[in-house]
Design a protein around this ligand. Structure first.
Ligand SMILES: *Cc1c(COP(=O)(O)O)cnc(C)c1O
Length: 427
């Protein structure tokens, strides 16, 4: 069934470290060989053996309208005829900036980059430059890309592979990253007490999607806002995952909390490599060429990437988010029914079109410790059963499903039915 994928993986492993260009893709934590994909269309993915899958990953979030969305394809075709890059200003960038500022009210000015990693790395440099302070606070299990300062108790692939603290990060860099516990404001207060006047910024995934989906408790984000304001530290919302996925204005719109800087990625590029960071003008004006904080990029604001992203952003309205919520709710109601009837220890965490099924005997997952206590072996088996039935899930317990708006009624039914079969095999 996976003959060609297995062959492809052998070949790529000779040439690419671990055979992959991003670690979780290797399926290590789900104990099987990775699938190599050939084509995506709408809600479906097709692999090199001709197997067909309903895609519940959406390239880790970007593909809110599914694969090969016709408006995105049209934009890329149209604008590629004018050349692919100039390394000089274009009207596409102004159009993109205007759109982002309209959609995310806390952003008054915005800088485009090429990935979420670049956005967060640049955002903390800016926060340090602006405040003149050196340390940052991050939360255990949050992932902010692979910048050195963030690979300390990092989520996503880093926990999946048991590498939350990466070698190659110097002690001095690590020292400037202080770790707090998500949903535990006391852990933040304690750090502010012991390192008063040294903290440039608190960076947080307002809805944490990189230890599996963990929602903020009532008042947690508001309390972060207050403690940052009280201590003249900047609040950075890393909305690389949640921006344009949960609402037009991201998690900050839903929870009604205004950060100083926001980082964006994933959906913003419509499947092309794009990231962005923005915030109050006063802060953003610290960037070169008007301010002293340096940050640059040869391909930043690339015309194709801008137009691919705009093809998606232009279509995001409340109706779309309502539709995503309806589809995702239907899937989760069905899965919950399966869990109850089969009597398996599992909990669903969901907001909008993001969801994780945790195998645990806890009632809810609130932080990194809760997530780490989940049964990853059970998840691995569940993943493989679903894969064999043509449902493509994230290959790790510590990631989210991202549902797209093009999932059909039949897709939804098939996901629920396959989930039932898979869960039955686990008890
Ligand atoms: C994916 C992600 C990043 C990193 O983005 P890349 O484009 O993979 O570099 C950063 N922060 C969050 C919250 C993410 O989900």
């Amino acid at each position: 069934m996976y003959k060609n994928s297995i062959k492809a993986y052998k070949k790529s492993s000779d040439l690419i470290p671990g055979g992959v260009n991003s670690p979780v893709r290797a399926f290590k934590s789900v104990n099987c060989d990775p699938v190599f994909f050939k084509r995506g269309k709408g809600s479906k993915l097709y692999d090199v053996d001709g197997n067909k899958y309903i895609d519940c990953v959406s390239s880790w979030g970007p593909l809110i309208f599914g694969h090969a969305d016709k408006d995105t394809v049209k934009a890329i075709n149209k604008y590629s005829k004018d050349g692919t890059s100039y390394g000089a200003p274009t009207l596409h960038e102004t159009e993109m900036a205007k759109k982002i500022i309209e959609m995310v009210p806390s952003v008054e000015k915005v800088r485009m980059v090429n990935s979420g990693t670049e956005a967060t790395m640049s955002a903390i440099r800016l926060a340090r430059g602006f405040t003149g302070k050196r340390r940052i606070i991050k939360f255990a299990g949050n992932y902010h890309g692979h910048g050195d300062s963030f690979l300390i108790k990092a989520g996503s692939g880093a926990i999946t592979l048991g590498l939350p603290d990466s070698p190659g990060v110097t002690k001095n860099t690590a020292k400037d990253t202080l770790i707090a516990s998500f949903n535990d404001i006391k852990s933040v207060e304690k750090l502010f007490r012991s390192k008063a006047n040294e903290i440039a910024a608190v960076i947080v995934e307002p809805v944490s999607g990189n230890m599996g989906l963990v929602l903020p408790n009532n008042g947690f984000l508001k309390a972060l806002r207050k403690i940052c304001s009280d201590n003249e530290a900047l609040l950075i919302f890393d909305e690389v995952m949640t921006g344009f996925r949960l609402a037009k204005g991201g998690a900050q719109e839903i929870y009604n909390v205004t950060p100083d800087i926001t980082t964006l990625g994933k959906v913003i590029g419509g499947g092309l490599p794009v990231g962005a960071y923005g915030g109050r003008s006063e802060i953003m004006n610290s960037l070169a060429p008007i301010g002293p904080v340096y940050q640059a990029g040869t391909l930043s604001g690339n015309p194709l990437a801008m137009q691919a992203g705009l093809s998606v952003l232009k279509k995001l309205d409340n109706k779309l988010f309502q539709k995503l919520d309806t589809i995702s709710n239907e899937i989760c109601v069905g899965i919950q029914k399966n869990i109850d009837e089969i009597e398996i220890n599992a909990v669903i965490s969901r907001i909008g079109s993001m969801m994780t099924l945790f195998f645990t005997d806890k009632k809810e997952i609130n932080n990194y410790e809760d997530a780490m206590a989940c049964d990853t072996d059970k998840y691995a088996k569940y993943f493989k059963h679903m894969l064999d039935m043509g449902i493509y899930l994230p290959p790790s317990q510590f990631e989210c499903c991202f549902f797209s708006s093009v999932l059909t009624r039949d897709d939804v039914k098939k996901i629920i039915k396959s989930n039932r079969v898979a869960l039955q095999k686990l008890v």
